[in-house]
Design a protein around this ligand. Structure first.
Ligand code: GLU
Length: 382
């Protein structure tokens, strides 16, 4: 592995990104023949993460490698594994994987945090809100979340199976500005690898058209090897969420530094930013399941950018679960905005009008301070 020749140009989408998700594929991290981690490469990545953190960026890693590491430790043969064997391998390998990240990040004074997610954790709003909140709390405490799919419990019908799409979901869930897919290829080519057609790498993609999809090859075909199909799927998720995505080679040491130095890659440029995309989703795409009526003090607090606390709510209506969208109304019935509510109706009814400090005593368990967090709320234009 060599460090690429530094080129001068940093993309503004990379330079300006405050929150980035970096996906690391197994083939970069694990020497499949020996079943060992590429320790030198991982150390170089940790150095890059530390540099980004020092530059004020929040970094979330999505790392594969559990199965590749664990299968060797369990003495499983090479080639495709049955589901239960890959799950067993993941259980073994994940321990080493998390430990390795802890060690390399600690060398730079950074704390690693392991997050294992299933498809339903990212698809169901109730669970999604929990995962989002936990990762946000870790970032606020300067920890580096290291995410992988929870392979040991995910069954074939309900698993991602690939970390390209998982990383895009994480980027979307966390409203990240940028998703970096470190790959064994340096971008998207105009024809699938090995198709015999003269192909060149695209510098930039602004919409995922059928032509772009065709460049990735078809699912399951030999030509789609290199996982371009799942990368394009990841691109669709990212662009819809206002997250820019870049595919670049991870087969160099310091791959993120290389990105800053203008290494070859393909950028997928989103039309809006993550905050606007999330607000559109909350305000326009979710059907409200109920409403909450708030007092004048809470109305002023919302207008000044604060969250909605239970104390300011006078009434709730409708049948909603935690994470559902609700309409926020003033005492005279005016719609003030919409948001995702942090409590189901039964619990919300018990805590409205009460101080947040009383929530644990009333419900018998600790809950969120806010009924609707300001990040989960869109105010109507007045
Ligand atoms: N979650 C799997 C692992 O850690 C990898 C999935 C992928 O390679 O995309 O081994």
């Amino acid at each position: 592995m060599t460090t690429p020749h530094p080129l001068p140009k940093t993309r503004p989408q990379w330079a300006a990104a405050r929150r980035v998700v970096v996906k690391i594929g197994s083939s970069l991290l694990v020497d499949r023949r020996l079943g060992e981690l590429n320790a030198g490469w991982l150390a170089s990545l940790a150095q890059d993460v530390a540099d980004l953190a020092r530059a004020g960026k929040q970094v979330i890693l999505v790392s594969s490698g559990a199965i590749a590491l664990g299968r060797h430790m369990l003495g499983l043969s090479s080639g495709p594994l049955e589901l239960e064997k890959s799950q067993a391998a993941a259980a073994v390998g994940q321990v080493s994987l998390a430990g390795a990240y802890q060690t390399v990040l600690r060398a730079h004074g950074l704390t690693a945090a392991q997050i294992l997610l299933t498809l339903s954790d990212t698809e169901e709003r109730r669970r999604y809100l929990n995962a989002r909140q936990t990762i946000a709390t870790l970032l606020a405490h300067c920890a580096v979340p290291v995410v992988n799919e929870n392979d040991t419990v995910a069954t074939s019908e309900i698993r991602y199976g690939d970390n390209d799409r998982l990383s895009a979901r994480v980027a979307s869930m966390m409203s990240a500005d940028c998703l970096v897919l470190l790959s064994d290829v340096d971008g998207l080519y105009t024809a699938p690898p090995g198709s015999g057609v003269d192909a060149h790498r695209l510098d930039e993609v602004r919409a995922i058209t059928p032509e772009i999809e065709a460049m990735a090859g078809s699912v399951g075909s030999e030509l789609s090897r290199g996982g371009m199909v799942t990368k394009i799927e990841a691109g669709k998720i990212a662009l819809a969420s206002g997250t820019n995505m870049v595919i670049t080679s991870g087969k160099v040491t310091h791959p993120l530094r290389a990105l800053s130095q203008g290494t070859p890659c393909t950028w997928f440029i989103a039309h809006s930013d993550p905050v606007a995309a999330r607000k559109r989703w909350i305000a326009g795409q979710l059907e409200p399941k109920g409403s909450v009526e708030i007092d004048a003090g809470a109305e002023r607090a919302l207008a000044s950018g604060k969250s909605l606390l239970p104390a300011g709510v006078t009434r709730v209506e409708g049948t909603f679960e935690r994470g559902d969208a609700v309409i926020i109304r003033a005492a005279d019935g005016r719609e003030l905005g919409r948001g995702l509510i942090a409590y189901a109706r039964a619990d919300a009814t018990r805590i409205i009008g009460r101080k947040s400090g009383e929530i644990a005593a009333i419900l018998g368990h600790a809950g969120r301070t806010e009924l609707v967090h300001r990040d989960d709320m869109v105010l109507s234009k007045s």
